[in-house]
Design a protein around this ligand. Structure first.
Ligand code: HEM
Ligand SMILES: [Ca+2]
Length: 778
């Protein structure tokens, strides 16, 4: 029943390997290293034999989980706990910046006159006003998705916040003006988006759309709410509501913003139909790997969709096309094949889909469209605290450094409920939505549970800090706690999550492994810690393959009372069950013991056919189709181009893809795509062979490792970063200091982060009961 990862027969190393990997560590003759009594022991430190091995609490050896699984090397750690022998990481060096920004500026065919420029701007503005006017038309004709439809829930979790909307309308003006200019200059699509970058928006009537640079306080001890000023030279880098970065230039049909759509490109529904729901539980990963991935995704990226007065409707309630005059100009509905095995049962031919918000370009030049990231790009726990000052402030209690909570029955603590947010499905309790640092908190019950755990953890630490630091006021308690909590989120991600996904070799190569002791000094202000479009739109959506259809509910800690299943498809955008502590605890138990689905091209029906299904419908939307369509909406180039960017040769034909992708996928797509260059990037993400020791494949891991190297080396506040005014101080045994320092590497989350679900692998490395015991109630 269990599947092992499928490694490529041909291919097993990272695409570009410029530095030695750590595999020699595991060729170490460990089985000779035993005491005469047969007890395993760890070799002593030795100068000529780095890296040094040590017996540590097992969780600190989690980057080497796979090696430990096959070559168990257990020992007793100094604190008497169950330990493992693994290398010490004393220094990391990153090979980040693989994708140096290549200047693709092409010459302008001729100069443009002031008059032509201002005419283009005027026409663009008129066009944007017409779009706006449609809103009024939609409003008066009651054109909006029905509140109990999948389309409505989809919009509820993806629509733009107020700032996102404002930036979006600015971005739209710049994009529309670029389109007009490309027409005036008769620029070919291939060059238009580049040539126009010679022209500054600032010098036109649109100058007010350009974002100002905030003034920074270089000695500030804490992160700003919106991540501005993290990079002192480029204070807008990684800031919320700024444009995504790109690894490769886009391939828009018109060179500016028309979706990647040309003759021969197969409909995304046809491509999505190669995906099936086959139940292969993973033999190594708990379902927490899936959840943690989603939480990380929601910390670092949220590309919202357009919205004005209300949610935008693109199809009728029963999945048919609207007439053109009733279709919103920012709709980009998905065509469902008439012979789709699933949707044809319900006569569905149209899936709601709204285009992503575009932002004014970072340099405020004209040119191709870049999409907006509404969240802070840094892994700074914004998923818990918010990505803007307004949201962050609305979540604080303003007493004792704590966050607002809802307390039910005296001691059951959940997230605050927002009486103004009416977009969740819930009957018994009315429409009750939780609020958190990220807007998508209600998307799925499991995700909401993680939000609650972290909220409680914040308040637990704030209370502890207040005890040892009675002189601290609310502000200092909040900021110090937030600093510790964001350090934990980073540590868990780099110590436990990423090694599972990328494998230890790539972790080493990109300098991503947490140190065993001391600080890192790899912070480099030239590293741009923005999220890449390829990462958000394709690579990091790999996690959709790990989703399972249901959670098993065990009602007590001895796992003897089974309470049935909680089906994902029944609980989208509906947090109602979490008002019951029994369900909350049962879900946590499942996080620890339940398996994720195996990573492959099979995806759970819960998201492939029932995404955002409401209780009043028998079908939902298709996340796989949406991922593919989103890639085209963002103009993401084909998989083949990323093979090249990651250091390989482009595949000349479909057979050459077999070195990178599983034959089960290649055999199907070769009949769908005309050219191997057309294959959508997300198809490659799902279809690639796993790299050794990791989950994802060669190109996906290349895009992901680059991203997480940016988020480490480009983050001035990265928890391990030393020699900064805000750096954590090293650990100390002094009782007063112990709590509020996160000494880099000296403590693992195991010792420090009691109360977090940070349990990535199966029980070999950890004791589930201990994790459960440590989840704080308050
Ligand atoms: C129950 C689980 C999940 C559900 C229901 C879900 C649903 C969604 C939806 C509806 C979108 C927006 C699609 C679009 O319109 O483009 C999305 C985007 C995304 N998902 Fe998931 N997802 C889940 C789990 C995950 C996991 C496990 C990961 C990663 C490990 C992940 C990573 C992402 C990323 C990176 C995006 C793009 C976010 C952005 O930039 O706005 N998701 N997901
Ligand atoms: Ca963030």
């Amino acid at each position: 029943q269990y599947q092992y990862y499928q490694y490529s027969p041909v291919y097993s190393a990272p695409l570009v390997s410029t530095r030695p990997d750590l595999s020699y560590v595991f060729n170490y003759p460990y089985n000779v290293l035993r005491t005469p009594g047969g007890e395993p022991w760890c070799p002593a430190a030795s100068a000529n034999q780095p890296p040094l091995f040590q017996c540590k609490p097992a969780i600190r050896c989690s980057p080497w989980f796979i090696e430990l699984l096959y070559n168990p090397w257990w020992c007793t750690a100094a604190d008497g706990s169950f330990g493992a022998c693994c290398p010490d990481i004393l220094k990391t060096t990153s090979s980040v910046a693989r994708f140096p920004e290549s200047s693709k500026l092409t010459a302008m065919p001729r100069d443009i006159t002031k008059d032509e420029m201002s005419r283009a701007v005027t026409v663009a503005r008129q066009h944007v006003e017409e779009i706006s006017a449609f809103e009024w038309h939609a409003w008066t004709n009651m054109l909006a998705p029905w509140q109990n439809s999948a389309a409505y829930s989809y919009s509820a979790t993806t629509y733009a916040s107020l700032i996102g909307q404002q930036e979006g309308w600015k971005g739209l003006q710049s994009v529309e003006a670029s389109r007009k200019l490309a027409n005036v200059l008769k620029l070919e699509p291939k060059y238009a988006g580049f040539a126009l970058q010679h022209l500054c928006v600032k010098e036109t009537a649109l100058s007010s759309i350009c974002r100002a640079q905030p003034a920074c306080n270089a000695s500030a001890l804490y992160r700003t709410y919106d991540a501005s000023c993290n990079n002192l030279a480029y204070p807008n880098w990684g800031r919320s509501n700024s444009p995504l970065e790109r690894i490769l230039p886009p391939q828009y049909a018109d060179g500016i913003w028309a979706p990647r759509e040309w003759p021969g490109l197969p409909p995304v529904d046809t491509v999505s139909r190669i995906v099936q729901d086959v139940d292969y539980p993973d033999n190594q990963l708990t379902i927490t790997v899936m959840h943690w991935g989603q939480l990380v995704a929601h910390d670092i990226t949220h590309v919202p969709t357009f919205l004005n007065n209300s949610a935008i409707q693109c199809c009728t309630g029963d999945g048919k096309y609207l007439s053109p005059e009733r279709t919103h100009p920012l709709c980009f509905p998905i065509d469902v094949d008439h012979d789709n095995e699933f949707y044809s049962q319900f006569g569905v031919s149209c899936h709601d889909f709204v285009r992503s918000v575009v932002a004014p370009r970072e340099d405020c030049k004209f040119g191709y469209a870049d999409q907006l990231n509404q969240n802070t790009a840094y892994l700074d726990a914004s998923v818990i605290y918010g990505s803007t000052e307004k949201v962050a402030r609305s979540l604080r209690e303003y007493a004792g450094g704590r966050m607002r909570v809802t307390v039910i029955g005296g001691d059951y603590v959940v997230l605050p409920v927002d009486p103004d947010r009416k977009d969740c499905i819930s009957d018994e309790y009315g429409s009750q939505c939780f609020v958190a640092g990220d807007q998508r908190v209600n998307q799925y019950t499991g995700l909401t549970v993680l939000h609650i755990v972290w909220l409680r953890l914040h308040n637990k630490y704030a209370n502890q800090l207040a005890l040892v630091n009675p002189q601290w006021d609310d502000e200092q308690l909040y900021q110090e706690t937030k600093k510790i909590v964001s350090a934990l989120v980073q540590h868990i991600t780099y110590n436990e999550y990423l090694p599972s996904v990328l494998g230890p070799n790539l972790m080493e190569e990109y300098g991503l492994l947490p140190l065993s002791t001391g600080y890192t000094y790899t912070y480099d202000p030239a590293v741009k810690a923005q999220i890449t479009n390829e990462f958000a739109t394709a690579a990091f959506r790999y996690g959709h393959s790990l989703i399972r259809n249901y959670n098993e509910l065990w009602l007590d800690d001895t796992y003897s009372h089974y309470g049935g299943e909680l089906y994902l498809k029944d609980w989208f955008n509906n947090p109602k069950v979490l008002f019951d502590p029994v369900i909350f605890n049962a879900l946590l138990r499942h996080f620890i013991t339940g398996t994720a689905q195996n990573f492959d091209e099979n995806v759970a029906d819960a998201v492939h056919h029932y995404l955002f299904k409401s209780p009043y419908q028998s079908w939902g939307l298709d996340l796989i189709g949406a991922n593919l369509w989103r890639g085209r909406d963002h103009g993401i180039a084909g998989y083949n181009f990323y093979l090249e960017a990651c250091g390989s040769k482009r595949a000349a034909n479909f057979d050459e893809l077999l070195a990178f992708m599983r034959p089960t996928v290649v055999e199907k797509i070769k009949y769908l795509y005309k050219s191997v260059d057309d294959v959508d990037l997300f198809v490659g993400v799902l279809g690639e062979w796993s790299i050794k020791g990791g989950i994802v494949g060669p190109v996906t891991s290349c895009i992901m490792a680059d991203q997480f190297a940016r988020l480490k080396d480009g983050d001035r506040f990265f928890y391990e970063n030393g020699k900064q005014p805000h750096s954590f101080t090293p650990g100390s045994n002094s009782p007063n200091l112990k709590i509020f320092l996160v000494p880099t590497g000296f403590y693992s989350v195991y010792e420090f982060g009691q109360g977090t679900v940070r349990h990535i692998r199966h029980s070999r490395l950890d004791d589930p009961q201990r994790v459960l015991d440590s989840i704080p109630n308050v």
